[in-house]
Design a protein. Structure first.
Length: 290
């Protein structure tokens, strides 16, 4: 399969793709630029909002609002009024830390990871935040917290700390939100790039953006085997999300950060977003319950 260009934005670090069904739109962020994009699927119209922060995550929330991570803080954004309601700061005493990827579990609790701006090994955490808006450190000694998703039966959480080159599986208690490490289910060879953001399809397969791997790779978490690949005309693929009116379109984000002039000339669309028509639908994606 091959992806085609959806929108030529050439962001430094496009990330956080999201399908917003009520708006019939794809959303994504440019982390370093602090931009939030909304692409209306019916007419291709693009709306952008700008923030004086690193904007790393966008998730659908209640009341037609969006839950966002800005630097190390979480906030609710109202697109109609363009107002921010600040919720909490995950690292109030350390300006060298920022949020990265995040997702909600089936009960609407937010899971969001952090990372050091210097990418210091083991300096960060994966947090769980519920309706009480209190952060709980669930995984420590994280370096670059990235992809998160849950199995179709909700009993397993899959998680990527990118430099480990692994997808880890955790037993997930749906009632309490507690996790227990089960096993490493996927080990990504370095020649295929680094695992970044991911999503799941209706058959329980994982679709993972490979940074430096020029594509979205499909993995079977039961066998650990590579199943398929979507070719993307940009080397640094950051994440992906199912969406569209039939749930069979995959939005793919990419980055152009730290690329040489020669590489940018070879891959001029780096940092843009792409789409692929899929043979399957995506698994359910959950909104924030606050």
């Amino acid at each position: 399969m091959e992806a085609t260009l959806l929108y030529d934005c050439r962001s430094e670090l496009a990330e956080g793709p999201l399908w917003h069904a009520a708006w019939n739109s794809f959303l994504w962020v440019d982390i370093e630029g602090g931009h939030l994009y909304r692409y209306s699927l019916p007419d291709g119209q693009v709306t952008t909002w700008d923030f004086p922060h690193r904007l790393t995550m966008v998730i659908e929330a209640t009341g037609n609002k969006l839950l966002m991570a800005l630097d190390a803080k979480l906030a609710l954004f109202d697109p109609k009024t363009e107002s921010l309601e600040w919720l909490l700061d995950l690292h109030p005493d350390d300006s060298s830390m920022r949020c990265n990827d995040g997702a909600c579990d089936p009960q609407g609790r937010l899971w969001v990871g952090t990372m050091s701006l210097e990418m210091t090994e083991g300096a960060a955490y994966l947090y769980r935040i519920g309706i009480d808006r209190k952060p709980h450190q669930m995984i420590s000694s994280v370096t670059i917290s990235n992809g998160l998703c849950w199995s179709l039966d909700g009993k397993t959480m899959y998680y990527i700390d990118s430099p480990t080159q692994k997808v880890q599986a955790f037993d997930f208690d749906q009632h309490t939100g507690d996790i227990r490490f089960k096993k490493d289910v996927i080990l990504v060879p370095e020649e295929l790039g680094t695992p970044d953001g991911m999503c799941m399809d209706e058959n329980g397969l994982l679709w993972i953006g490979h940074y430096g791997g020029s594509g979205v790779h499909c993995w079977n978490p039961e066998t650990g085997k590579l199943v398929d690949k979507i070719e993307v005309p940009a080397p640094n693929v950051t994440s992906c999300a199912f969406g569209g009116t039939d749930g069979k379109q995959l939005l793919i984000t990419t980055a152009r950060e730290n690329m040489s002039d020669e590489k940018l000339a070879e891959y001029p669309l780096s940092g843009s977003v792409f789409a692929a028509e899929m043979p399957v639908k995506g698994a359910p994606v959950y909104s924030a319950n606050f």
